[in-house]
Design a protein. Sequence first.
Length: 332
Amino acid sequence: MSLFVRFRKKPVDLQLLDAVIPRLPPNYQSVLPRLKNAASRLQKGYAGEKKLDYHLHQLSKNFTVIPDVTLRWKQQPFQMDSLVISPHAIHIISVKSLEGSITFDLQQRILIQESRGHVQRYECPITQVERHKAFLMKWFDQQKLIRRPIYYWIAIAETATQIKVNPSTEKIPPYIDYVENIPYKIEQMEANNKHHHPLDTSVIAYQTKMIVNHTEDFQTNLLKKYKIKLADLRKGVLCRTCYRLETIYRYGKIHCKNCGRVPTADILATLDQFMLLHKISTIKNEQIMHWLQINNRHQTLRLIKNIGLQKVPNCRKWQLENIDKKSLAKVE
């Protein structure tokens, strides 16, 4: 079984949309359909990436997998869905979660999707992965790392998706395939390269560590794109059972007016969303009181004690660092 060196998190933009959509006031309702469509696309892409992760576990222990890698070359960020590091090479994998029929136009360098009577055109994934390969090679040079062979793969998430190429006389390139076939192809390529001397394991470990240490969370300026002001968002604890903000504080606990008591994980998730929206790693007493809509500081301190926030030494701030973030997420 391959080694995964980090956990694939839900995309930051999707986390932001999950935080924003239930909190939009009535004057933002015109933008709501666009936000929901964006969230649906991101969720579908995330599901496709997790499907890839499932199949990459089939790789042997000689392979290391780094999901969701965003690096910078000269301040230019480039994001790759997964990197697979083997003794002989590095493999970039780009996942595409598209329904219906997709055509790789090899002449115009575009991707055409036909689904449910609609036609959409996208930048060609081949162009994307070629660009990522070029950036990764430059990043290796920038970090003064030993260059290695770099291959790329385009993984189609759904086997129901029909893959075509234009012109039709051309064959589908071997690096384009369904996600479940990608691990086998990587293993096959590694077997073909066995006659080459593999890189020393300590060098591979160092390169892997450098990539993990330099990777960052990829996100767009989503709030600016949709012209959403943080101050306009509705406050309160989001009950993740009924997805309402109708909660009250009573006897040191938060209760949902609609379905009863709110679990601690929902309160922590609400605070996590506040810190994500404001791009902060710690939170003040007054911010907790305002965001959770609690009446006074005594009630706030009692709630903080009950939910187990970690105090930052020598200041009146709190953090969620020692809390298992996986427990804050609903099952994907």
